[in-house]
Design a binder for this molecule. Structure first.
Ligand code: PTJ
Length: 251
């Protein structure tokens, strides 16, 4: 038995494992109760995508890896769901592409900020930003506007998983290059992203890691070519087509 009492060959293993991690996140004070609802919404899309990484999402993950390797100050934004689902993998990604990790919460409380910071440290993170909150994202009225001046405020590339659209739009207005991970191709954050990855975060982050390791020794010229050849709209269209017409229509 693994971390949940369900055998790994159970057809719903991954989905049950994900639910279990989110539930545990809520119990530990890491994930908000709204995070349970967000997970349910994500699961519905994942079911329609066949609970697998479709080709266009894999392409986007490779482009994201190239973009992160090219970045000067990349930051991975972490909320309560991201911490509960992929703490290890997010820490690994930060190491592989030399990015900072910054906690940014919709339902921000100091207790939850600290609980997530402690949890990320337990999973190997060395530098966790977000607690200083000494800068703001302009034109955003809620607590998600609070960022660190040497973190998201200074970043050129930001990974924003499982977001609402407001902050994604505001970050776009700051001319940040945004990599969004979201299972809903119609969500505003996916729509405004430079690189939308329509996939479950539990598959997407390890996949970016794999691509980043493979691309690590490539020249900037090679990486730039990968980024420039990417068409974000085509990935969104392919994911929507798969959701509407079924996985047999995937291309
Ligand atoms: O921890 P906090 O306080 O910052 O709150 C985080 C949540 C996620 C609760 C908050 O950002 C929120 O309410 O988000 P939304 O508006 O429900 O949007 C979440 C998006 O993430 C939706 O489009 C979901 O389809 C998507 N989603 C949910 N679970 C996953 C996912 N995308 C990828 N992988 C998932 N596992």
């Amino acid at each position: 038995m693994s971390e949940i009492e369900v055998p790994e060959d159970h057809p719903r293993y991954q989905s049950l494992l994900t639910r279990h991690r989110i539930e545990e996140g809520v119990e530990k004070g890491i994930t908000s109760r709204q995070g349970l609802i967000a997970e349910g919404r994500g699961e519905a899309f994942d079911y329609l995508l066949g609970e697998k990484t479709i080709k266009s999402a894999d392409t986007a993950a490779r482009v994201a890896a190239a973009q992160l390797l090219l970045a000067e100050k990349p930051v991975i934004s972490v909320n309560g769901n991201v911490a509960a689902l992929v703490a290890n993998e997010a820490v690994e990604l930060a190491e592989v592409v030399d990015a900072a990790i910054e906690i940014n919460l919709f339902n921000r409380t100091e207790t939850r900020m600290q609980a997530i910071a402690d949890y990320l440290h337990e999973h190997g993170a060395t530098d966790v930003k977000g607690l200083a909150a000494d800068a703001r994202i302009p034109n955003l009225s809620h607590d998600r506007a609070k960022v660190d001046s040497d973190g998201i405020a200074a970043a050129d590339v930001v990974v924003v998983p499982l977001e609402d659209g407001d902050r994604a739009e505001a970050l776009g207005e700051m001319n940040k290059t945004e990599i969004v991970i979201d299972l809903n191709p119609l969500s505003r954050s996916a729509q405004v992203a430079d690189i939308p990855i329509i996939d479950n975060i539990i598959r997407a982050v390890p996949n970016i890691n794999t691509h980043a390791k493979e691309l690590d020794n490539k020249s900037n010229k090679h990486l730039t070519k990968i980024v420039n050849n990417f068409n974000s709209q085509s990935g969104l269209t392919q994911a929507e087509k798969t959701i509407r017409n079924g996985i047999s229509q995937e291309n």
